[in-house]
Each structure stands twice: as C-alpha cells, then as structure tokens.
Ligand binder design. Structure first.
Ligand code: GLU
Length: 374
C-alpha cells in the first residue's frame, strides 16, 4: 500500500514539474517576441457600438497630434500624451461632418509602432468595415512612420471604404498646432463617398496623398508630408473634398495579402550603403532576418565588397535606394540574386518583402512580379 502511495506521489510530482516547465517556456516565448504589444503601448481596444448611419470611426495610436509639452513650444514634448477624446474636444464642428466613434488602439510615439499593432489595426478595420453604418475610418498617427503604416494597411485591409491617416507636426500645446485642422480634414475625407475605392489615404495640411506615394520629407516643417514626383491626388477646402487623380496600383481588396491568420510579420532588415560601409553588416543582418532590403546609392548601387557579400547570401534581397526619387529597374541590379524595388523607398520595400515572405512567395520570379504589381 505504502509503495503504491509513493508511486502516486512521484507521479503527481512529475506532473506538476511538467506543467511548470510548459508554463515557463510559454512565458519565455511570449517575452522573447520583440513585436508583442506591451501594456504601455496598448491602452485598450474597446469596440464601440455603431448604430447610426454615416459614422466615421477614429482609431487613435498616438504621435505628435496627441503630444503635449511646454506651452507654445514645438520641441521637447511627449508624443502620445492626450487621449482621442481630449483631441476631439479641440476640433470645433467635427461632429457636424459625421457621427464620430473612437477607439484608442494605443498612445505611443510612432517609432514604437510594431507589426503586431499593424496586424491588430488591420483586423479591427476589416471587422468593422462589415458594419453598414460605418462610412469610413481615420487613424491618428505619428508622422515618423505614418507612410509605413499607410502602405501596410493599403496592402492588407479588405474594404473599399475610406481609410485615412493623419497626424501633426506640432504638439497640441504649441502655437498654431496643426493637429485639429488635419483631423477635421481627415474626417471630411473619410466621410466622403468620393474617397471610396482610392486605397488607404493620408491627409495632411490640405492635401490628400495615396499610401503608396506618401512620405515624410521634412524633419520639422508643418508641411512635412508630401508625395515627391507623384504628387498629391486631391485637396480639401473648407469641408469640400476634391480629387484630381486615382491611384492605379493594386491595393486593399485587389491584393494577395491577408493578415487574418497571423499576429506579426516576418523579420526584414534594411542595410544603408555609404562610402566604406562594412559588408560584414550584411552577413550579420542576413543571419538574423528572413529577408533584406539594401538602401543603395544612386539607382541601387554599392561597392565591390558589398557585391561579393550579397552574391553569397541565400535569403530574399530587394534593392532600393537612399535617393528620394526615381525607379530601379530589374536589368540594372548588380547582383543576380536580388530584386529591384521599382520606386518603393527602402521602408516600403521592406513591408512588401515581409508580406511576400508571409505568403511564402519568395522565388526571384515571384518577387519580381510582386514588386512590379504593388
Ligand atoms: N516621433 C513622433 C512620432 O512619430 C513625433 C513625430 C510626429 O508625430 O510628428 O510619433
């Protein structure tokens, strides 16, 4: 009897140790995920009930538009200090444009945005877009990485309803803060039927930009957002939304990318080439990522030592440029095992490569097709 009891006790002990080990390893796995949303990043995602027609849902993520600091100053403030409810109170007449509902997704500096926040945003928009009372979405966002979030969403949201990003260059506490005007105009664009089927848009300082072309092009100017040689696609004057162009590259409902079954994106790093750049960085980056983007000089060029090292690498490599404007064609790449980014910036090329790797479309021919399609 005693030995049966002993055996039973050993069995229970063994069971408890196994459970403890499983528990530890799952906590460890969770903690080791670099892109997991931490508590500070994620405030809450409380989905509001929407039962009024013509509703615009504002998904707030932080940035300078939610920034506060010393009264009157443009610098030294904390991005992501004010809630979306507080910001809306500074925009007179916004509720005359549309019925507004808000979701505070997170309240952070946009340099701390992660691919898990992107995926969560996309899933939330996809879910809400099925509600016929919702006519469009506005995302408030820091300007530093606004172009990246816009391009990512342009590739993965499954709706033709307007999705409009906006932000500010001056915090809410600065003289002539630009956030309230930008938010007002973004709501005008998101509630306009003219904005349907234009892909994801960015509204900033009276202009409407397409997600593929938009970029931050100035570190401090209030007109920091532009679209370079492509230009804006429309303007807003008072409440009136006027379009001059239609984006023709595939987006939203027309893409092959769907993030419903993922929670983060594969890891793609960007290596920036300059005189005397150490090609060992390429080896290091290749060993720690699923794909690489090179920000080359000129039309995607680099040194002989970079060429030799890139020729050895076995992961997908896309060639973009550190130059702001212009195209790189496939016949001009220096290494056989690389794919030209067309005219996508390194940071946008990295998003497209991450989505391609997610879809397991990584052969050179498939990547050439993808980079000429999107
Ligand atoms: N770095 C901050 C951000 O991207 C401030 C830039 C801005 O929002 O304008 O959130």
């Amino acid at each position: 009897m005693n030995s049966i009891k002993k055996l039973y006790a050993i069995f229970i002990l063994f069971l408890m140790m196994s459970i403890a080990t499983i528990g530890c390893s799952s906590i460890k796995n969770e903690n080791s995920s670099a892109t997991e949303i931490t508590h500070e990043q994620k405030v809450s995602i409380v989905t509001p009930e929407v039962n009024e027609k013509g509703t615009v849902v504002i998904l707030a993520t932080g940035g300078t538009i939610a920034g506060a600091g010393e009264e009157g100053k443009e610098t030294g403030y904390n991005p992501g200090s004010l809630s979306i409810e507080q910001i809306i109170k500074t925009v007179p007449g916004i509720d005359r444009i549309a019925n507004i509902k808000v979701i505070q997704v997170c309240n952070i500096n946009s340099d701390d945005i992660t691919s898990s926040i992107w995926v969560e945003l996309a899933k939330k928009i996809n879910e809400l877009s099925k509600n016929e009372n919702i006519s469009g979405f506005v995302i408030t966002h820091g300007t530093d990485t606004m172009e990246e979030t816009a391009y990512f969403l342009n590739m993965v949201v499954k709706t033709n309803k307007p999705v409009v990003l906006t932000g500010a260059m001056r915090p809410a506490t600065a003289i002539s803060a630009d956030g309230p005007g930008n938010l007002y105009q973004a709501v005008c664009v998101a509630s306009s039927t003219k904005s349907v089927n234009k892909g994801v848009l960015v509204v900033f300082s009276n202009y409407i930009y397409s997600a593929r072309s938009v970029k931050k092009s100035n570190t401090n100017n209030v007109m920091a957002i532009s679209a370079g040689e492509t230009g804006s696609i429309g303007v807003i004057r008072n409440d009136e939304v006027v379009y001059y162009e239609q984006p023709i590259k595939k987006h939203t409902l027309e893409t092959e990318f769907d993030v419903e079954n993922v929670s983060t994106l594969p890891n793609v790093q960007i290596i920036y080439f300059a005189v005397d750049s150490d090609s060992n960085l390429l080896r290091y980056a290749a060993a720690h990522s699923d794909g690489l983007v090179i920000a080359g000089a000129g039309a995607g060029e680099f040194s002989k030592s970079f060429i030799e090292t890139i020729n050895e690498l076995k992961i997908p490599i896309v060639i973009s440029s550190r130059i702001n404007e212009g195209i790189i064609t496939q016949d001009s790449v220096l290494c056989e095992n690389t794919v030209a980014a067309n005219n996508l910036s390194p940071q946008k090329a990295a998003i497209l490569l991450r989505l391609s790797i997610m879809n397991k479309t990584t052969s050179k021919d498939e990547l050439i097709r993808i980079f000429s399609t999107y």
